[in-house]
Design a protein around this ligand. Sequence first.
Ligand SMILES: NC(=O)C1=CN([C@@H]2O[C@H](COP(=O)(O)OP(=O)(O)OC[C@H]3O[C@@H](n4cnc5c(N)ncnc54)[C@H](OP(=O)(O)O)[C@@H]3O)[C@@H](O)[C@H]2O)C=CC1
Ligand SMILES: O=C(O)C1=N[C@H](C(=O)O)C[C@H](O)C1
Length: 269
Amino acid sequence: MTQLPGIVITGASGRMGQMLIRTVAGSAKARLVGAVERTGHSWIGQDVGVAMGGAELGVSVTADAADAFSKAQAVIDFTAPEATLDFAAYAAQAGIVHVIGTTGFSDSQLEALKPAAQAAVIVRAGNMSLGVNLLTQLTRKVAAALDEDFDIEVVESHHNQKVDAPSGTALMLGQAAADGRGVALADVSDRGRDGITGARKRGDIGFAVIRGGDIVGEHDVMFAAAGERIILRHIATDRLVFARGALKAAVWGQGKTPGEYDMIDVLGL
Ligand SMILES: NC(=O)C1=CN([C@@H]2O[C@H](COP(=O)(O)OP(=O)(O)OC[C@H]3O[C@@H](n4cnc5c(N)ncnc54)[C@H](OP(=O)(O)O)[C@@H]3O)[C@@H](O)[C@H]2O)C=CC1
Ligand SMILES: O=C(O)C1=N[C@H](C(=O)O)C[C@H](O)C1
């Protein structure tokens, strides 16, 4: 019998880190073999299950990512762009699948990920849920069917601890709308309205951002014309939907050719 893929979770103490630890530890398709936190973090050396306030999971939290990755088949990484770039180098060195849920990358940071994808399978998506990835396909279709009489606006809402804006999901949805219209998102994106902005420019794709309380993640794509409006909406109420998708990606990536993939590849949408 072949062994189940061993998975390391980075940012183990984070909101997504803890959800991923629970999801992988409870899965029949993978094994939890590592949990990584920053040097000096209070969890280092503790059993990760106990650190989370639950039962022992038999995995000690470590700051040595290179060592943890060398004993695994995949790493699931929901941290921050600068950390993810370091982890990509270690994952490439170990030749393991790197599932990246981190958002907020600059263009140059995304470019810096490319060398790692020559040695390892990277699956990266601003949203790992089935629902949002389906929504990107619907957005592309609706945008392709409608002309610029319909103004496209992407509205996203998240909890008050989120550090990047617009969300990775909002940017995925904006990209899907631009693809559907056959335009470059960078040419039509309107991300910062404040003050006397002037009238809306025809063909622009606008982004609006709400931050408050414990909102897990909500996204609307609005197509607004004179006399009618279409709104495509996704509401995440539980981070489990992201963790499930990430675990699926880690298992899917086993044995694939090194390169960059996304959740559309994983889900076959
Ligand atoms: N693609 C998707 O489906 C989803 C993506 N996300 C994205 O995942 C990321 C994490 O979100 P969330 O869990 O809510 O955030 P948290 O702040 O709760 O957790 C982030 C974790 O990453 C660690 N971390 C941050 N910076 C570094 C660093 N430079 N080196 C090492 N470790 C670091 C933090 O450690 P410390 O506490 O020590 O700083 C913490 O453990 C965000 O980019 C978010 O947008 C979130 C949900 C779904
Ligand atoms: O930071 C979050 O929480 C989330 N981030 C992702 C994003 O930036 O879109 C996905 C999800 O909406 C939650």
